[in-house]
Ligand binder design. Structure first.
Ligand SMILES: NC(=O)c1ccc[n+]([C@@H]2O[C@H](COP(=O)([O-])OP(=O)(O)OC[C@H]3O[C@@H](n4cnc5c(N)ncnc54)[C@H](O)[C@@H]3O)[C@@H](O)[C@H]2O)c1
Length: 413
């Protein structure tokens, strides 16, 4: 991404955000952002996956021939990070993003975070509830993208036309005592109808599914797209970024590591035991006792329930989810913009295991998933290997449930 020098007379200042008395590192969320007094948001670097900027983690899943290219790319990034950078007033790219379910607990903060991206020219907000107020509010932020609101099914097609990335957090969240699977009956139909509209109006878009249970809603989306004849498995993603974000945070706390450096791949699915953090693959490498592995794994798997119970009936994770989803949007936009250095974990169609869908680290490119990264699954410790085998029956059942739902609907229709 080219940095363009701003007017020499325009004063710049650094926003000093402190956390427990320490300045946040430059690449952490909001920490180190340099603002220009005339240009409010030039460098939105907070949502970059740490795995995409550390050479160490690249080396773990790259062939020898790519290492020197990665080294060069890493060196230039490091140099860039060490300089004060001025960005111009223009958006750095002009992608269109739609959020479906934008009036909700996740949708609102997610829309705000996407509004901060310099890669977005148009932000379309859709909900069956009135989304005018959210759009009016967010549109006053003086960042580049234009915000438009679309309320109700009659406006859905217009919302989706010409869109590059569609993010779907529409649906009902969990209440205490519910599992993600309990949401199936309501959210399955919502995802089916929204993805059907995506197929009709922007079939080439990246589709990010947040609505739970992701282990079933992604297969439903795939079936709907197949029925419409527009399924591209490289462009359909279940958003599991929150599992990675939580794993990174909990491991950094436990091991007293610098949070921004920590990268823990999370594979499998996105519910209970199907969420499998691969702690043995933590970068920078860290050693864990058996008890720590058990405790951290269970905490990461149940972190959603931690939030559901703390909110005591008022919903599930919304703010951290919005942060995680915005990071995945930003990664997708960077990939669409030609950055050849974008890796994220996501629940996608996969042949890494015998299951048709599986969350793993993937390389993102202009056309979606460029490669599934198998190396994280090689050389697992015994605990992880057993957990991987144990999660397969549950994940398989959730995938089949989604497929059966979508196929039954076609027969009924
Ligand atoms: N993938 C993850 O990691 C993750 C994490 C947390 C929550 N979730 C899921 O995200 C979903 C949304 O959670 P939330 O807390 O924002 O819920 P919420 O109830 O606050 O918001 C949901 C929004 O969706 C809208 N909606 C419902 N049906 C719709 C339709 N047919 N078209 C458009 N919009 C529609 C509602 O009007 C509401 O504004 C839930 O399914 C939840 O389980 C996923």
């Amino acid at each position: 991404m080219a940095a363009v020098a701003a007017s020499a007379t325009a004063p710049t200042f650094t926003v000093g955000i402190t956390h427990r008395g320490t300045s946040l590192p430059r690449s952490s969320p909001l920490g180190g952002l340099r603002f220009n007094s005339q240009n409010p948001l030039k460098n939105f670097c907070g949502l970059k996956a740490s795995s995409s900027v550390t050479l160490e983690s690249q080396l773990s899943f790259s062939g020898k021939e790519t290492v020197s290219a990665l080294r060069a790319s890493f060196a230039s990034k490091a140099q860039t990070q060490d300089r004060t950078i001025h960005y111009n007033l223009q958006p750095q790219a002009s992608f269109r993003v739609a959020v479906l379910g934008a009036a909700g607990g996740i949708g609102q903060p997610l829309a705000l975070l996407i509004k901060m991206s310099p890669l977005v020219s148009d932000l379309h907000l859709y909900d069956i509830a009135n989304v005018k107020g959210v759009a009016a509010d967010i549109s006053h932020c003086n960042t580049p993208s234009q915000v438009r609101d679309f309320t109700g099914a009659a406006e859905l097609a217009n919302c989706l036309k010409g869109v590059d990335v569609v993010v779907i957090p529409a649906g009902v969240p969990r209440k205490p005592g519910m599992t993600r699977d309990d949401l199936f009956n309501i959210n399955a139909g919502i995802v089916r109808d929204l993805v059907s509209a995506v197929a009709d109006n922007c079939p080439g878009a990246f589709i990010h599914i947040i609505s739970n249970p992701v282990n079933s809603t992604v297969p439903i989306a795939a079936e709907v797209l197949k029925q419409k004849g527009v399924y591209d498995p490289k462009k359909l993603f279940g958003v599991t970024t929150l599992d990675v974000v939580r794993a990174n945070t909990f491991v950094a706390q436990r091991k007293n590591l610098k949070l921004i450096d920590v990268d823990v791949p999370v594979v499998g699915g996105h519910a209970g035991i199907t969420i499998l953090p691969l702690l043995s693959k933590t970068k920078p490498s860290a050693s864990f006792t058996d008890e720590e592995i058990e405790e951290l794994t269970v905490r990461i798997q149940n972190a959603g329930t931690e939030v559901v119970e703390a909110k005591a009936g008022a919903g599930s994770a919304t703010l951290s989810m919005a942060y995680a989803a915005a990071r995945f949007v930003e990664s997708s936009l960077r990939a669409l913009d030609g950055d050849g250095d974008v890796y994220e974990c996501s629940f996608v169609q996969s042949d890494l295991t015998e299951l048709p869908f599986f969350a793993s680290r993937v390389k993102l490119g202009r056309k979606g998933v460029e490669a599934l990264i198998p190396s994280d699954l090689i050389g697992l410790i015994e605990y992880e290997q057993k957990a991987l085998e144990a999660l397969k029956p549950e994940l398989k059942a959730s995938i089949e449930k989604g497929i059966a739902f979508a196929q039954k609907q076609t027969v009924a229709a």
